[in-house]
Ligand binder design. Structure first.
Ligand code: HAM
Length: 404
């Protein structure tokens, strides 16, 4: 398990999310009806799987390019939308998209995703971003949240924005890319991803925030209040629409300066119409997915140092036995511990402990054995103390817990 996934699972536990395992293969129409036929994912990036026997269209499946539709399908199939709608899930695993590979963009990559059903309130949108912020802190990664509201499908809200974009697209047709030409009438929101000059379009095209109904505006203001209250660094980006069709109201991307052009390490938002669209009851949904490899790439440039809490060194046969016993006791207190090979000199052992980014080196020599003590060296501050053997396990467990 990668360190990103390990920490993400720990985060999921803190937020009381339950694991859901979704299949790698799904029916193509599930994605056509959710991610959307005009999205790049469905129109260009899906891998089809066909039985080796000659089969009709019904035998064609796709390899999942993202997790959200599969989670929604499983939720509806289990009847939870009617029997027990409030559910909090996480999932982790590979996704496949036909991409032009480059640093941070792969054809097979891993996502750690979260989907919450049955919560229409703004606090839930904010909680998702607070989760990501919490995880990124744990991974020592500085990120920024770009957020927007896309409104919802009631007549006084997104349809007006859609109509304004359509009008803009028709008026600027000649300046738009081939993709825009093809999808303008069906999905004018995708104009904001124009391959020719997305930035210019983003600046001059109508903005969703100017078309929000009162309810959606209040919802978006509340999301921002929660984020500010939780000290999550965000900026409102009015041109953010996301390339997936199912979003309503809040949409966001999480950006790290450390991964170059593929800077989004996570993304998500609200999808209040999706459960119904896929045949379930009218249940609200929200979620996000973290790109595991992109997050790991960003961490290479960051300050994250993964290492054991303690590296133990027993200098001599008896001392090594004492080190093994102490390691067992420390592990019993939940610490991450390694006993270094016994045949090294003290200096070489301390070099190994530093290289593996251990927080403490615990040194047991013949003298310490005779005195019933150990030397505890804090490798970050280069300070050392002699501690009674009986006290050391409790002291180290308390010191590590206070830094966690
Ligand atoms: P997405 O923006 O398509 O959203 O992907 C989420 C994250 O997956 C991206 O921010 C990125 O870090 C990573 N990612 C996407 N494509 C690649 C790739 N080709 N190579 C490496 N990493 C990649 C979704 O997938 C939605 N299902 C998120 C969501 C969940 N929305 C609501 N719930």
């Amino acid at each position: 398990m990668s360190i990103v996934e390990e920490r993400a699972r720990a985060m999921a536990r803190r937020y009381n999310l339950n694991e859901i395992r979704i299949p790698l293969m799904e029916r193509i129409d599930l994605y056509q009806r959710s991610t959307g036929e005009t999205s790049d994912i469905v129109s260009k990036q899906m891998y089809m799987v066909k039985r080796s026997e000659e089969g009709g269209a019904a035998d064609e499946m796709i390899l999942r390019p993202e997790g959200t539709p599969g989670v929604v399908r499983a939720y509806i199939e289990a009847g939870l939308d009617r029997s027990d709608p409030y559910q909090r899930y996480f999932y982790s695993g590979p996704m496949l998209r036909y991409e032009r590979p480059q640093k941070g963009r792969y054809r097979q990559f891993n996502q750690f995703g979260v989907e919450i059903f049955g919560r229409a309130d703004a606090a839930c949108d904010a909680e998702l971003m607070i989760m990501i912020d919490d995880l990124m802190h744990d991974l020592a990664l500085a990120v920024r949240f770009e957020i927007n509201s896309l409104g919802h499908d009631r007549p006084d809200c997104r349809p007006r924005f859609r109509a304004a974009l359509l009008e803009y697209g028709r008026a600027h047709f000649a300046e738009l890319c081939d993709d825009c030409h093809q999808r303008l009438e069906r999905n004018p929101l995708r104009l904001l991803d124009c391959k020719i000059d997305a930035e210019r379009v983003a600046q001059s095209a109508p903005k969703s925030l100017d078309y929000l109904c009162d309810e959606c505006r209040k919802h978006f203001e509340a999301v921002q209040e929660f984020l500010a209250g939780a000290n999550v660094p965000f900026e409102v980006k009015p041109s953010l629409v996301r390339g997936l069709d199912y979003y309503t109201r809040t949409a966001f991307e999480v950006v790290s300066a450390a991964v170059g052009s593929q800077s989004a390490v996570a993304a998500g938002g609200r999808y209040d119409g999706l459960v119904k669209e896929l045949g379930g009851a009218a249940i609200a949904g929200t979620g996000f997915a973290i790109g595991v490899e992109r997050t790991a790439l960003a961490m290479q440039a960051g300050d994250f140092k993964a290492g054991p809490d303690a590296a133990l060194v027993g200098l001599g046969e008896q001392a090594n036995l004492a080190a093994m016993i102490m390691a067992h006791e420390l592990r019993g207190r939940g610490l991450r511990v390694e006993v270094l090979p016994p045949d090294r000199r003290l200096k070489a052992a301390l070099t190994i402990a530093s290289r593996m980014n251990a927080t403490y080196a615990v040194i047991i020599g013949e003298d310490e054995l005779a005195r019933g003590t150990v030397q505890v060296r804090d490798l970050k501050n280069s300070t050392q103390r002699e501690i009674a053997r009986d006290a050391v396990v409790g002291e180290l467990a308390a010191a590590v817990a206070s830094c966690a």
